[in-house]
Design a protein around this ligand. Sequence first.
Ligand SMILES: [Zn+2]
Length: 174
Amino acid sequence: MKKVNQLPKTIKLFNFAKKEVKLHGQFIIANMSRLSEIARNDNDNVDFDLSFHLENGKTPCVKGIINLKLVLDCQRCLDALEMDLKVPFNIAFIRHESQGDGLDKKYEIYQIGENEDLETIDLITDEILLSIPMAPSHEFACGIKVETNKESEENRKHPFDVLKNIKIADFGKE
Ligand SMILES: [Zn+2]
């Protein structure tokens, strides 16, 4: 096992896997362009641990975990939606589809081309984006909140008035 102190910008898959490299790193959300587009907390950190190994003597794999706090726009009320994300993953990098046969089901399969290099920041960004629901929203029924403005206060009076009129009408009939 080789401990790398400085976080490499590029992951050399076969090389890292052979040496069973372990990495601990940190990014700032602001530097992760695809994530900072949707995040409100640009100044927060993303922590991650990666450990590489070679499966069956030939397939580079990475096991990792990412920890971050992410603040997004709720897709229902558009208010801040805070999430504590823990993103564990196991990825096997294969060159040919047949190489995926016989691999443990726990692995996500990434097909790579002739170039084995991978940007560390891309790998981490991909895994975070995959873990976010398509339309993130608050667990409570936050949609109601949108309607708490002047208009809805007026609206709220209407059903009440209508109800009162019906009651009166009913009394009238009896
Ligand atoms: Zn909401």
